[in-house]
Write a protein that binds this ligand. Structure first.
Ligand code: C2E
Ligand code: CA
Ligand code: CA
Ligand code: CA
Length: 378
C-alpha cells in the first residue's frame, strides 16, 4: 500500500502479479484490478472449504515469496476475500463487490482469508456500488482540490490555504467530501486518497511558488493516515520530488488521531516537526480534548471548531469556551485559528478576543485553484 502510485510500487505489484500467476494452477486466471488489488479466478472448486484451502495456500505463497525492488528486499502481506459462483452472485460485478467485503473482513481477521458471508455483510448494496465507484474515481483521478484561505486577523494577509477534496462525479456533478468520505473510509480507500491529496496539494503549491505566488497549503490527514507507517518519510519524499520547502506544507489532524494511539501520534508529530512541517489540531473544542497530551505535542496551531464559532454571539457558553480556548492556545504558545466565520460581527469579536487567524465563507469559500489566483490578485 505504501508504495502505491510510485514507480517502485508498480514494480513490486508486477512481481506480486507474477508470484500469483506462478502460484495458481493451469487454467486459473490472475487479473490486476487496479491499485494494489488483484482478482484470482479459480475453476473447478469442489466446495467452500476447497476454496478456503486454495486461498490460504495462495496467501502463504505470497507471504513466503521474496520481492526485490531497487535493491531492497520486501515482504508482502495481503487479505484474501473469497466468493463462490453461483452461491454469491452470477455476475463478475456482484462477485467482485462481495469479494471486496470479504477481503476487508479478512484483513481484520488473523487468518488473512475469508469466505463471503451475507449475514455479516453490513454494507448495503448502495454502499457496495459506491465503493466500486470510488475505487474507479481514484484510478481515473476524478477528485479535485479546492482551496480556502486562512487570513491573519491583524492585517488580513493570507497565511496559508486549506486543501479540501471534492469528487468531480461523471454524472452527479461536484460532490462535497461529506457525501463520499465516510464510504471511502469504510471501503479502505482513505490511504490512497490521502496520498493523492498530498501529491496534488504539493504539486499545486510548488506550481504557485514558481509562478511567484508563494502559498503554504494545509492538507487534512485522517486519523488512520496519520498513524500509518512512514507518513513523514513519504511526505518528505513528495516535497523533495516537487522541489518544495517543507515550510510550504501544513497538516491538519484531529484529536481522534492523538487519542487513538498517543505514543505513535507523538512519534509521527515529532518526525514531522523535525522536518519543518507544521501541524494544526483541527475541529478543536468539538469533542473530548486531551489537554494533557496537547501540552507535550509538537504542534503549531489550534483550529477552533465551526460549531463553537458559528453560535458564539448567540450562545454565552460557546463564547466562553471560545475565549478560553484562545487563552489556552496562547498559553501553550500556539497560533489560534477560528474556522467557519460567516459574519463581520463574529470576525470583529474574534479580533477583540485576540484570535490570530480566521477562515470562513465571509473571507472566501473553498474555491478552485484558478478562482483562488483571481481572489489573491484582487
Ligand atoms: P474541515 O477540515 O473542518 O473543513 C472545514 C469545512 O467547513 C469545509 O467543508 C469547508 O468548506 C467548511 N467551511 C469553511 N468555512 C465555512 C463557513 O464559514 N461556513 C460553513 N457553513 N462552512 C464552512 P468541506 O469542504 O465540505 O469539508 C468537510 C470535511 O471533510 C473537512 O472538514 C474535513 O474533515 C474533510 N475533508 C475535506 N477534504 C479532505 C481531505 O483531503 N482529506 C481528509 N482526510 N479529509 C478531508
Ligand atoms: Ca490496499
Ligand atoms: Ca481542516
Ligand atoms: Ca475543522
Amino acid at each position: 500500500n505504501s508504495t502505491l502510485g510510485h514507480p517502485a510500487g508498480d514494480m513490486l505489484l508486477q512481481q506480486v502479479a507474477a508470484a500469483l500467476k506462478a502460484a495458481v494452477r493451469q487454467g486459473d486466471r490472475v487479473f490486476r484490478l487496479g491499485g494494489d488489488e488483484f482478482a484470482v479466478l479459480l475453476r473447478d472448486l469442489r466446495d467452500a472449504s476447497g476454496a478456503q484451502k486454495r486461498a490460504e495456500s495462495l496467501l502463504r505463497h505470497l507471504r513466503e515469496a521474496s520481492f526485490r525492488v531497487d535493491g531492497v528486499d520486501l515482504v508482502v502481506d495481503a487479505g484474501i476475500g473469497v466468493t463462490l459462483a453461483p452461491e454469491h452472485g452470477t455476475t463478475v460485478a456482484d462477485l467482485l463487490q462481495r469479494a471486496d467485503v470479504a477481503m476487508y473482513q479478512a484483513k481484520r481477521a488473523e487468518s488473512g482469508t475469508m469466505i463471503y458471508d451475507a449475514s455479516t455483510d453490513e454494507h448495503d448494496v448502495g454502499e457496495l456500488a459506491m465503493g466500486t465507484e470510488l475505487r474507479r474515481a481514484l484510478e481515473n483521478e476524478e477528485f479535485v482540490l479546492h482551496y480556502q484561505p486562512k487570513v491573519a486577523l491583524a492585517d488580513q494577509c493570507v497565511t496559508s490555504v486549506e486543501a479540501l477534496v471534492r469528487w468531480q462525479h461523471p454524472t452527479r456533478g461536484l460532490l462535497p467530501p461529506g457525501v463520499f468520505l465516510p464510504a471511502l473510509e469504510r471501503s479502505g480507500l482513505m490511504q490512497p486518497l490521502t496520498r493523492w491529496v498530498l501529491r496534488e496539494a504539493i504539486r499545486q503549491a510548488a506550481s504557485w511558488r514558481r509562478a511567484g505566488m508563494p502559498l503554504a497549503v494545509a492538507v487534512n490527514i485522517s486519523p488512520r493516515s496519520l498513524l500509518e507507517d512512514d507518513l513523514p518519510a513519504r511526505v518528505l519524499a513528495k516535497l523533495l520530488a516537487a522541489d518544495l520547502p517543507a515550510s510550504f506544507l501544513e497538516l491538519e489532524i484531529t484529536e481522534t488521531a492523538v487519542m487513538t494511539d498517543p505514543k505513535k501520534a507523538a512519534l509521527v508529530l515529532a518526525q514531522l516537526n523535525a522536518r519543518g512541517i507544521k501541524v494544526s489540531i483541527d475541529d478543536f473544542g468539538a469533542g473530548y480534548t486531551s489537554l494533557a497530551h496537547l501540552r507535550t505535542l509538537p504542534i503549531s496551531a489550534l483550529k477552533i471548531d465551526r460549531s463553537l464559532i458559528s453560535h458564539m454571539l448567540e450562545r454565552d457558553e460557546d463564547h466562553a469556551v471560545t475565549e478560553a480556548l484562545i487563552g489556552l492556545g496562547h498559553r501553550l504558545g500556539l497560533t489560534v485559528i477560528a474556522e467557519g466565520i460567516e459574519t463581520d460581527e463574529v470576525l470583529d469579536r474574534l479580533t477583540q478576543l485576540g484570535c490570530d487567524e480566521a477562515q470562513g465563507y465571509l473571507i472566501s469559500k473553498p474555491v478552485a485553484p484558478d478562482a483562488l489566483e483571481g481572489w489573491m490578485a484582487a
